[in-house]
Design a protein around this ligand. Structure first.
Ligand SMILES: [Zn+2]
Ligand SMILES: [Zn+2]
Length: 108
């Protein structure tokens, strides 16, 4: 493997907002809302409280000055699902529900 190579996930500024992320996690917990994985369950204590937070609204709908609502705009997802949500599929991004369905249909 190429040394120093890494996959960078481009997230928007709301996903980097630690306060909004914490509020989102407090509300929804640390299970991935797409695949259901839980880091504590899979990795033990080191995974405690770890999860990514995804902003639901498409980037082009976000105004610079609009406030993020951690309950309606953010959703906890694992880094794998998060990466897939930021990847275009047939010209657009999947919603969390679509990704969930996709995972179910593949792993059924
Ligand atoms: Zn997941
Ligand atoms: Zn995201």
């Amino acid at each position: 493997m190429h040394e120093g190579s890494q996959i960078t996930l481009k997230v928007n500024k709301y996903e980097r907002n630690p306060i909004a992320s914490e509020e989102c996690i407090a509300k929804y917990g640390t299970n991935c809302r797409a695949c259901g994985m839980n880091f504590k369950k899979n990795y033990g204590d080191i995974g405690e409280g770890f999860i990514h937070v995804h902003h639901i609204k498409p980037l082009n709908e976000i105004k610079e000055d609009c406030k993020v609502n951690p309950e309606t705009d953010l959703i906890p997802v694992c880094p794998n699902c998060h990466a897939m949500l930021h990847r275009k599929y047939e010209g657009r991004y999947l919603s969390i529900e679509e990704l969930k369905k996709l995972l179910k249909s593949i792993n059924a």
